[in-house]
Design a protein around this ligand. Structure first.
Ligand code: CUA
Length: 324
């Protein structure tokens, strides 16, 4: 291999490895389930490297070292042994190894259930603590306690989506009318990025979410705060929200705004991102979003409020950001 090729190979290897540590990497594992899947990946990678070396070694051997043709008997041994018996054993062992992991990935939870509904193109998130009769409703962010296994119930409103937070576990499809389930046991507090993993329409690639793993006490405090009704600051933003009819689609719990079409906004400002993980939670981004959602997320169902002046958009956005 020439020097140019070795540096090119080293460069792409470094790039590939650098990409392995990001917030949406299956190799930056933050929980029991993702660690198990990463282990499966490394075992398969090691096996693939061994097989690659074996096959290429054999190829070099018969083309460069021992070029005379094989006897019929040895050719048959090679074809049946290498083409049927060997792959059957290797793939059978791999299948058995993979299947032994399945029950753990779907083990029952320790109490908390989170029901996530895929919408076009955002996530409706409901927390059901053990014994709860009504859920704590949120959106576009998944918070989980570290060290505990939580049930994740998945469903969808119109089309098939797939729930996937690579740093926490495997992916599971979300079907309209047929609930699916998985469970997650995160161990490392921190932020992990999730992404819808099934093509679901124009804005599929813009359907992301932030998963936040918290220490159990901090999680309980957060959930209690999230369950509380909205505390509404006074101001022109508040008047605009009600005058423009935002409450027909969005809820602010404890007020007459009780729409359930779009995301619940009761504690909107407390989320780390806007528009299902694609904008930062800032008043500038909120104003841009309200003015013309479809320019940011193609075919988004929310109508544009482009008739509002820049000053009105700014005060509405600034007020929404204060809904902590
Ligand atoms: Cu939802 Cu892709």
């Amino acid at each position: 291999m020439g020097r140019r090729y070795s540096s090119a190979a080293a460069f792409s290897m470094a790039g590939a490895l650098a990409a392995c540590g990001g917030p949406q990497s299956v190799l930056r594992t933050g929980g029991v389930d993702a660690a198990q899947l990463a282990q499966l990946f490394w075992v398969m990678l090691a096996g693939a490297v061994v097989l690659w070396l074996l096959v290429n070694g054999l190829f070099l051997y018969v083309t460069r070292i021992k070029t005379r043709s094989l006897s019929r008997k040895w050719a048959e041994v090679l074809i049946i042994g290498g083409g049927i018996v060997f792959p059957t054993i290797v793939l059978g062992a791999l299948l058995a190894y993979g299947l032994t992991m399945m029950p753990d990935q779907r083990a029952p939870g320790d109490g908390l259930r989170v029901r996530i509904t895929g919408e076009q193109w955002w996530w409706r998130v409901e927390y059901w603590p053990e014994g709860a009769e009504t859920p704590v409703i949120s959106a576009n962010e998944l918070r989980l306690p570290a060290g505990l296994r939580s049930e994740i119930e998945l469903t969808s409103a119109e089309v098939i989506h797939s729930f996937w937070v690579p740093g926490l576990g495997g992916k599971t499809d979300m079907f309209p009318g047929r609930p699916t389930r998985m469970s997650l046991e995160p161990t490392e507090p921190g932020s992990y990025r999730g992404q819808c993993a099934e093509f679901c329409g124009a804005s599929h690639a813009l359907m992301a979410m932030q998963a936040v793993v918290m220490e159990p006490a901090a999680f309980d405090a957060w959930l209690a705060k999230e369950a509380a009704p909205a505390s509404l600051p006074e101001g022109p933003g508040r008047d605009l929200f009600f005058r423009e009819g935002c409450g027909a689609c969005h809820s602010l719990r404890g007020t007459e705004a009780a729409g359930a079409v779009g995301p619940d906004l009761t504690h909107l400002g407390g989320r780390s991102s806007l528009a299902a993980g694609i904008l930062p939670m800032t008043s500038e981004a909120l104003a841009r979003w309200i003015a013309d959602p479809a320019s940011i997320k193609p075919e988004a169902h929310m109508p544009a409020y482009s008739h509002l002046s820049d000053a009105e958009l700014a005060s509405l956005a600034g007020w929404l950001e204060q809904l902590q």
